[in-house]
Design a protein around this ligand. Structure first.
Ligand SMILES: [Zn+2]
Ligand SMILES: [Zn+2]
Length: 71
């Protein structure tokens, strides 16, 4: 499907996607958020049920600030 540029810096090729707003993210702009609430769904995002306990999500910097991941 071709390469997309990072939606944050617009310079690098996107390797990830923000799980909250779906913006393409390069390796430098991606932020990883660990969520420790196994029973709770954040923003209705469906993630793999393989691991319970700690979940990790890739998000952009903006969503990392805006979304309250704590409880
Ligand atoms: Zn970037
Ligand atoms: Zn985002």
């Amino acid at each position: 499907m071709g390469e997309k540029n990072c939606g944050v810096c617009q310079k690098k090729v996107a390797e990830f996607t923000c799980s909250a707003c779906s913006v393409p993210l390069c390796a430098e702009c991606v932020r990883e958020v660990a969520i420790e609430n196994p029973g709770q769904r954040v923003l209705g995002v469906l993630t793999s049920p393989l691991k319970s306990g700690m979940k990790k999500q890739k998000v952009c910097e903006k969503c990392m600030k805006e979304v309250d991941f704590v409880e």
